[in-house]
Design a protein around this ligand. Structure first.
Ligand code: NAD
Length: 261
């Protein structure tokens, strides 16, 4: 077992489920002091239990907050700083998939909701965390984009707009903050089996969503869904000093699907 996060503080949004939980477990197992943010108190409690199991005594800080609410974002950053004094790594990850249909049927309210969480939420996180990191003179950020942020998927107006926006914010902030010793990168996961993807498959076929899932991954070169732990491994690497020279770019993790013609 490596110990890449010994004594380091890692703040994670969307920590109550899926990819955020997998990353929390991974960094805590390697010595991090995790600060977990989510709207779901229940999700946070379950993640804290998973962290405790993987890293007994890690004492995860839990903060219930909505990433679209600027005061709440300021509060989760302040609470982390108050508890631990610093923020070394930030997994800016909370997101939703939203409705799946044609652009003409998508609806402006749904568009605003999805962009509000996935893009504004990521921007607000950057705004307050990067200020702390600049003062420290160090830090690493990993934003969660998606293959839907680097390729066209279809039937996802709000998701596509928000995730392409996350890729753009990553480039922008990476270039701005590199000179201060801070790197900002993003991941672009393909289909990873989490509650979000389960919900999405249920929109395609509520009765036979597992069959819909098998059909969905038949187009993937690896013929399977990714596993949350696989994302956890990548996020831990990107947040660690080993990835210090990776900046302003987006790393796909999708079994090769986004490279396929
Ligand atoms: P998930 O639904 O399992 O977890 C997302 C978490 O974010 C939940 O705990 C939820 O409560 C929280 N959340 C939602 N809205 C929030 C808000 N306004 N404020 C605070 N927390 C909020 O989904 P996941 O698959 O783990 O997704 C995590 C990220 O990964 C998202 O940004 C998603 O778009 C992205 N992603 C997922 C996949 C995939 O296949 N699972 C693929 C590409 C990108």
């Amino acid at each position: 077992m490596q110990n890449r996060f010994s004594g380091k503080v890692v703040l994670i949004t969307g920590a109550g489920s899926g990819l955020g939980r997998a990353a929390a477990v991974e960094v805590a197992a390697e010595g991090a002091r995790p600060a977990l943010v989510d709207v779901s108190e229940r999700g946070l409690a379950d993640t804290a239990a998973a962290v405790e199991e993987a890293a007994p005594g890690a004492e995860a800080l839990r903060i219930t907050a909505d990433v679209t609410d600027e005061d709440a974002v300021r509060r989760y950053v302040d609470a982390t700083r108050q508890a631990y004094g610093r923020i070394d790594g930030f997994f800016n990850n909370a997101g939703v998939e939203g409705r799946q249909n044609l652009t003409e049927d998508y609806g402006s309210e749904e568009f605003d909701r999805v962009v509000g969480i996935n893009l504004r939420g990521v921007f607000l996180g950057l705004r307050y965390v990067l200020a702390v990191m600049r003062e420290q003179g160090s830090g690493t950020v990993v934003n969660t984009a998606s293959v839907g942020g680097i390729r066209g998927v279809g039937n996802q107006s709000g998701y596509a707009a928000s995730k392409h926006g996350v890729v753009g914010l990553t480039r922008n902030s990476g270039i701005e903050y590199g000179p201060f010793g801070i790197s900002v990168k993003a991941i672009a996961p393909g289909a990873i089996m989490t509650p979000m993807v389960e919900e999405s498959l249920k929109q395609i076929d509520p009765e036979n969503w597992q069959e819909a899932g098998r059909e969905f991954v038949s187009a993937n070169p690896m013929r399977r869904f990714g596993r949350p732990e696989e994302i956890g491994h990548l996020v831990a690497f990107l947040l660690s000093d080993q990835a210090g020279f990776i900046n302003a770019t987006t790393v796909p993790i999708d079994g090769g699907q986004s490279e396929q013609y």
